[in-house]
Design a protein around this ligand. Structure first.
Ligand code: PEP
Ligand code: MN
Length: 338
């Protein structure tokens, strides 16, 4: 339910409505739109409140049902774009945010060299996996805390904030010591215990769409994080499974404008995991920006043929620099800057 206050509603009237809703056992979320206060109402295991009762309160203009289950993530609750602070920039405010780096952190030299290269090319944040979710238990699993330390050193040298995947809710305090953004990977998009844990932190979240998850399921995963108090969420389209196997996944271009329509959260396109082959990464990155994405997540490795994971889709620093150049013109054409 959404309570729309009159433009002239006083602070006292707004507080009275909130007090009434809270007293009735609901949680509220405030936002502003067109000079009005909107009071989003969420609750569970409770009967729908009688709309008319709330509509009669002083200062209330109208009371609406919000039909979608992702309440806090919806545009109805929060019509204006949410912006997420990252690397001195606000992701979602019009300037394309590029996050880049290797799939896995493999050595101190590898991550530091990559950090300098991606910064030089225009990235605003560094990515690198310390805990890797691998299909095979025999594949490289990541260097864990050692990798986090190397990432922190790369940040010290370059000033780039660090984005890294977290798989275990118990590791939130450790990863928070080193990283600036928690990445929730595709395989953990519905790890509700993990979503709860990162929802209680104030670290920005890069929430990747599960490879077989619907847009609605992605928004419900974001709702978990929002419901625990963390509003700094970037959604990431990273390709979904389809019958097509020539590419690793299929980038769901539709998801970009659909998400921008349904939610106020910024949307990041990950062309690397979507296509899985470096020769197609730039084209899909350009398409993502053209479709309205607020940023890109791109895998870059100083020597892709030696990468321990995802080398086939990783760009060299030179290819990455070229991709950034190409996206500038696309960003400008759709009213963004890069
Ligand atoms: C990654 O970013 O390296 C990764 C494992 O991505 P995803 O969770 O999208 O597969
Ligand atoms: Mn990867």
């Amino acid at each position: 339910m959404l309570v729309i206050m009159k433009p002239a509603a006083t602070t006292k009237e707004i507080s009275q409505v909130i007090a009434r809703l809270t007293g009735d056992g609901y949680e509220t979320q405030l936002s502003e739109h067109d000079g009005r206060t909107l009071i989003g109402v969420v609750g569970h295991d409770m009967p729908e409140p009688t709309r008319e009762n709330y509509a009669m309160l002083a200062g209330v203009d109208q009371v609406m049902d919000v039909s979608v289950p992702y309440k806090r993530a919806s545009r109805e609750f929060h019509p204006t774009d949410t912006v997420v602070p990252l690397g001195g920039q606000l992701v979602g405010s019009g300037r394309i945010a590029v996050i880049a780096g290797p799939c896995s952190v493999e050595s101190r030299d590898q991550i530091i060299e990559t950090a300098h290269a991606v910064k030089e090319a225009g990235a605003i944040a560094l990515r690198g996996g310390a805990f890797k979710p691998r299909t095979s238990p025999y594949s490289f699993q990541g260097f864990g805390e050692q990798a986090l330390q190397w990432l922190a050193e790369a940040r010290e040298q370059t000033g780039l904030p660090v984005v890294t995947e977290i798989m275990d809710p118990g590791l939130v305090p450790l990863v928070a010591q080193y990283a600036d953004v928690f990445q929730i990977g595709a395989r953990n998009m519905q790890n509700f215990t993990l979503l709860h844990a990162v929802g209680e932190s104030q670290h920005p979240i890069l929430l990747k769409r599960g490879m077989s998850s619907t847009i609605k399921e992605l928004l419900m995963a974001a709702e978990y994080v929002l419901s625990h108090g963390n509003t700094r969420i970037m959604l990431c389209e990273r390709g979904i499974r389809t019958f097509e196997t020539f590419t690793r996944n299929t980038f769901d271009i539709n998801a970009v404008p659909v998400l921008k329509h349904l939610t106020h959260l910024p949307v990041i396109a990950d062309p690397s995991h979507a296509v899985g082959k470096r020769e197609y990464v730039a084209a899909v990155a350009r398409a993502g920006i053209a479709a309205g994405a607020d940023g890109l997540l791109v895998e870059v490795h100083p020597c892709p043929e030696e990468a321990v994971s995802d080398g086939r889709q990783s760009l060299t620093p030179e290819q990455f620099a070229q991709l950034i150049e190409e996206t500038r013109a696309i960003a400008a054409a759709v009213g963004r800057s890069a």
